[in-house]
Design a protein around this ligand. Structure first.
Ligand SMILES: O=C(O)CCC(=O)C(=O)O
Ligand SMILES: [Fe+2]
Length: 351
């Protein structure tokens, strides 16, 4: 059942019927509809906790909107799965796209780039090398480099062959991505989550990710946070075996998916990455909003100021600086998939 659905949505010719793909934007537009999935979507109300002020400051520090602008949904046939639409500010989206392309793509993080196919310069700074090639008119190498980057791993590096994490294969987890997870944890009420490993997936339009479960972590009870940016995807979520029929969901730029409880170990896949009908990262924020955002970030507690790279956060608002990122993301999707590896109280992987 799962593989059939995967093939159906992956198909290029003829393109698939998207009628059954759950679209929470369409859900909001048509309260009464004939879509097969309409009754499965359950809006979730996020209530502010007692720590209102610190929560709001933390959200703002990592490029998130006030929580009343988030739209949060559950699917009644996939308990534990949460879809959050619209949590990021527009420059917040730019920041995370730029981090994913410029910084999370280079050492100490581990990438899929093949050392036999690319120069040491490309291996040590893929994004810079891509910019150099584009600027020097080396179109061929630029386009090879562009599609070659498919994943990097941060923190505990996922070993794709053994599927076992190893204490020796570990880099520092980026503190800004950890703060982003913390902001979601406080707002959604997850206590004790420690981000320890992330996979950053880079998907040129037309690529896919086949069905799998994420079970390598020693901790399966902690939620998994999945942040999507750039072009849109169809995401399939099924059951714990391949025999169950999956649901298909649209994931758009800025969407956050939380896989917790029963859905944490369920089969999932990305059969299709396709051109988006919206480019939220390019909607120019009104002067009033932008300067308020700047001021607020400037006034933040010192410890929150460090939550993200504040220089980059400022730079991405500059169109000239943003341009190469914009060109890349026009043809790609980036997904950052964050997990806790160790059970609570365990501080390293047992040998
Ligand atoms: O790209 C996505 O939305 C999912 C990625 C994923 O499942 C993974 O990295 O394990
Ligand atoms: Fe996964």
């Amino acid at each position: 059942m799962f593989k059939q659905a995967f093939q159906q949505y992956k198909k290029k010719n003829p393109p698939p019927d998207l009628q059954d793909v759950i679209d929470v934007d369409l859900y909001e537009e048509n309260k009464i509809t004939s879509h097969s999935w309409h009754n499965l979507v359950k809006p979730v109300h996020i209530s502010e906790s007692a720590f209102i002020q610190s929560e709001a400051r933390l959200r703002q520090a990592v490029g998130l909107q006030p929580e009343h602008l988030w739209r949060c949904y559950q699917l009644s046939n996939h308990p534990g799965l949460l879809l959050i639409r619209n949590p990021f500010t527009l420059s917040g989206q730019r920041y995370w796209i730029a981090r994913g392309l410029r910084d999370y793509s280079q050492p100490p993080y581990v990438s899929n780039l093949d050392a036999t196919k690319f120069s040491p310069a490309a291996l040590s700074n893929w994004w810079q090398e891509l910019q150099n090639c584009s600027n020097n008119g080396d179109v061929k190498l630029a386009s090879r480099l562009k599609v070659a980057m498919r994943w990097t791993t941060l923190g505990y590096h996922h070993n794709w062959d053994t599927k076992v994490y190893d204490e020796a294969m570990h880099s520092t987890f980026p503190s800004d991505l950890a703060s982003l997870c913390e902001a979601f944890c406080v707002t959604l009420g997850y206590t004790n989550f420690v981000p320890q490993a992330a996979i950053v997936n880079y998907y040129p339009i037309g690529t896919c990710l086949s069905g799998h479960t994420d079970h390598s972590e020693l901790n399966h009870s902690a939620p998994l946070f999945s942040y999507s940016f750039g072009q849109s995807a169809i995401f399939l979520i099924g059951g714990t075996t391949l025999n169950e029929k999956p649901s298909a969901i649209y994931l758009r730029s800025g969407d956050v998916l939380v896989m917790s409880e029963a859905s944490r170990l369920c089969y999932h896949a990305v059969p299709r990455v396709m051109t988006t009908d919206q480019e939220p990262w390019n909607i120019v924020e009104s002067k009033a909003n932008t300067s308020k955002e700047n001021d607020d970030v400037g006034n933040m507690d010192t410890n929150l100021n460090n939550a993200l790279d504040s220089k980059l956060f400022e730079k991405v608002k500059d169109e000239l600086f943003w341009q190469p990122f914009n060109e890349f993301i026009r043809e790609s999707r980036i997904n950052m998939n964050v997990r806790q590896v160790l059970p609570m109280g365990m501080h390293q992987i047992p040998t």
